[in-house]
Write a protein that binds this ligand. Structure first.
Ligand code: SAH
Length: 219
């Protein structure tokens, strides 16, 4: 799953993953994390998610990272924002108020930038990546977030043989293996969402759960 795959999805408007409302599971579980007010929250593989303005509205600084320039430009245009733009070796930075999105590859994000984040919100990010990329992603991102960083991870869990991702099924045993070295991942909620997911029903998937984890670095 290379960058071109995603750039093409955005060019063709095949962005089924984008939700027209703020993720209810974010609103429900974020406050309990007690991320300090004003802290910077990393949103890896952010797309043009409405969860970013929600986080900003709760008093956080948002740092999104997204590889598709179309997604980033649509985000700011759809919110009527005119970002300041500058380039660095991490990509093109778009900044408007409390929201910054770096248009670039998550693997180019450097240690200093990651060390400046105190919160993280991973929805449709880990599960957007194929199995062979997930360990490197978790090492790169979660391995460099500072100690005491808290966040939410939202996954899908379905029988792998019943549908081709993305989004991929990342069951709990894989989550625990991926995060074992440094970050604790504890289940906050598991919810059956199959009845609401047309695409999965059509594909003949027989079980589909979304799982919300509380992440804490520095264990
Ligand atoms: N989290 C968002 C988008 C999920 S889809 C949401 O909830 O709506 C995954 C997104 O990751 C896509 O927008 C894709 O363009 C982006 N992406 C994929 N690989 C990436 C990479 N290596 N670096 C940064 N962004 C990437």
């Amino acid at each position: 799953m290379d960058a071109e795959f995603w750039l093409e999805r955005w060019r063709e408007g095949r962005t089924h993953f984008h939700q027209q409302e703020v993720m209810p599971l974010l609103c429900k579980h974020w406050p309990a994390l007690q991320v300090p007010a004003g802290a910077r929250v990393l949103v890896p593989l952010c797309g043009k998610s409405l969860d970013m303005p929600w986080l900003a509205s709760q008093g956080f600084g948002v740092l999104g990272v997204e590889i598709s320039p179309l997604a980033v430009e649509q985000f700011f245009a759809e919110h009527g924002l005119q970002p300041a733009v500058r380039d660095s070796d991490q990509g093109r930075h778009y900044v408007a108020g409390d929201i910054e999105i770096i248009c670039g590859d998550i693997f180019e994000l450097n240690a200093q930038t990651l060390a400046g984040c105190r919160g993280v919100y991973d929805r449709a990010a880990l599960i957007a990546l194929p199995a062979d990329m997930r360990p490197a992603y978790v090492d790169h991102v979660y391995g460099q977030l500072p100690e005491g960083c808290a966040g939410l991870l939202i996954t899908l869990d379905y029988p792998r043989e019943q549908m081709q991702g993305p989004p991929f099924s990342v069951p709990d045993d894989e989550v625990q293996t991926l995060f074992a070295s440094r970050t604790s991942a504890s289940v906050l909620e598991r919810r059956d969402i199959l009845p609401d997911e047309e695409k999965f029903l059509r594909a003949g998937v027989q079980r589909l759960d979304t799982v919300v984890y509380r992440l804490a670095t520095g264990r």
